[in-house]
Design a protein around this ligand. Structure first.
Ligand SMILES: C[S@@+](CC[C@H](N)C(=O)[O-])C[C@H]1O[C@@H](n2cnc3c(N)ncnc32)[C@H](O)[C@@H]1O
Length: 275
């Protein structure tokens, strides 16, 4: 399995993704729709998944391209789009592609990486490669929004996280099945700054049959000044740094680190900075 296929090889994810209350209740949609509106041009979303943000953006009258490696997530996104009026469908384009290596032949006013999709890029080489693609696809004055979680120090090596923790108590799905979800860290990789994690779905069918479905993937964690250096190295200037979608400043208990950036125009060739 290649590094980014965690979503591709477990098609059950695309089925349950839009039903997980923690995802549907996430307060990020309005933030991204507002940013797309004020960008005033086309938006590119890296890791658009099932269209949780892409579709409301198109509904708000903004043109948006969504890029993702996962065919199963994109299939769900396409199915949801087909239920939309024609004008919404026309404003949304879906591309199967890798955020570390894409050539779309057009440039954007805004590029976003919502809901931690950048954390799927483990080595710095892949992160820089993604940022290089982003720079090349931004119009002059264009913005790039990089959203990451603020790393909790205990998540780095506290053995209590090796045990399953319930993040979604059991609830009923529309078709009568019941779903409960837990997560755990399988292995800490502190020197490389990532954890192998599992998200575990327990499904109970109406006839009593139960399933345990596991999404296992490596997840990178970042620190504020590491990202500030990375963005500077890749030719971006930070305009704002928020700790949540209400645009509050980053503080000790902020759940997110949302970097709103602009590309610097006078930066040497990307390969000169690569490692
Ligand atoms: C947590 S989901 C976020 C989906 C969507 N942005 C949202 O907010 O609901 C992360 C997405 O990133 C995609 N992804 C992971 N690695 C990727 C890569 N290298 N290139 C493009 N997409 C990638 C996954 O397939 C998945 O759909």
């Amino acid at each position: 399995m290649s590094r980014f296929d965690a979503y591709e090889y477990e098609p059950f994810l695309a089925e349950y993704y839009d039903l997980v209350p923690a995802y549907t209740a996430r307060g990020d949609r309005e933030f991204y729709v507002d940013e797309a509106r004020s960008a005033g041009g086309k938006t590119l979303e890296l890791g658009c998944g099932t269209g949780r943000i892409l579709i409301p953006t198109a509904q708000a009258g903004c043109e948006i391209v969504g890029l993702d490696t996962s065919e199963s997530m994109l299939t769900t996104c396409r199915e949801k789009l087909l239920e939309q009026p024609n004008d919404v469908q026309e404003r949304a384009t879906i591309v199967h592609g890798d955020m570390t290596n894409f050539h779309l032949g057009k440039r954007f006013s805004l590029i976003t990486a919502p809901f931690r999709s950048f954390s799927h890029l483990i080595p710095i080489k892949e992160q820089l490669s993604c940022l290089d693609c982003v720079r090349r696809h931004l119009l002059p004055g264009g913005r790039f929004i990089l959203e990451l979680f603020q790393t909790h120090p205990q998540r780095i090596n506290n053995p209590k996280y090796l045990n399953e923790v319930e993040d979604t108590p059991e609830f009923a799905l529309p078709d009568g099945r019941k779903l409960r979800r837990t997560n755990r860290v399988v292995t800490f990789h502190r020197p490389e700054q990532y954890n192998d994690v599992e998200i575990i779905f327990y499904v109970t069918h109406p006839n009593g049959r139960t399933e345990r479905l596991v999404q296992a993937f490596p997840f990178r964690y970042f620190f504020r000044y590491e990202i500030e250096h990375l963005l500077a190295r890749a030719g971006f200037e930070i305009i704002d740094l928020f700790g949540n979608f209400d645009r509050s400043l980053l503080c000790d208990d902020s759940p997110e680190m949302i970097f709103v950036t602009e590309k610097c125009e006078d930066v040497p060739d990307a390969h000169a900075r690569s490692i």
